[in-house]
Design a protein around this ligand. Sequence first.
Ligand code: HEC
Length: 246
Amino acid sequence: MSAKLHRHVLRAAAFAYAAVMLSGCSWFTDFKRQPSWHPWQSEADTIPARGNPQMSVPVYGSAAPGFIYSRAQLPATIDSMAGIKNPVPADARSIANGHKYFAINCSVCHGYTGAGDGVATKYGMIGLPLTSDRAKAFTDGYIFGMIRNGRGSMPTYNRIEERDRWDIVNYIRALQGKIPGVTAPTGPLGKPGETGTTLPGVTEMGPTRPAPYYHQVGSQAGLPLDGADHAITGAPADTTKTGGEL
Ligand code: HEC
């Protein structure tokens, strides 16, 4: 390099350096520090947290993240979820909540007692019983998968949050007489338009908090890492994050 060119290069470098230093622009900002929202984060308690858009990165603690289990409404896909463990104990709270969701969402086809005689069957819908020997043999994960994806004439009920979905699974188990000492309450809880305790109320998962059993389950896939049974007992802890610690 000639001495002249060398000087040119040096001068250009000095100018560029001065431009950066003098402009005050923070050139080398850590890209992590940009204004952005994390899932479930809210700036303040008065501003609703931002929920995850459909099909986006899954909720923490999801037993069936979208990148592991397909959303296809196909038998093989439902079968692939059959091994997912139910982390929610079938206690009185769960069955009462499952009853509400079942009465509102499922009974129209499957009937209030799960006999497959819902009102839609009068209009041509297939009435599939959930209390048959076939249904009794389903695993909890299979029923969970059926609600998540739907199949054939059954639409997806993925909008029912996971925790509540497990409550429906527990309720169906109670309808099937598989929960010792529990006779499942059946029938509608209220008349159309009635609110209050006849409705499930806010969900325990979304859009402001991850699954309460997240810490017990431990992995995004929902399968306990150590193979142990991590069913939670007692009331779920409030795992709401308030910001800061994210
Ligand atoms: C619109 C009517 C309809 C509603 C509402 C409905 N289902 Fe279904 N369900 C069906 C039909 C039809 C099938 C059979 C699907 C197929 O395999 O083609 C089915 C199948 C099932 C199965 C699998 C049965 C089997 O023998 O393989 C389960 C479990 C189930 N439904 C649970 C539920 C639950 C829980 C809800 C409420 C969240 C619900 N369904 C809501 C119509 C409905």
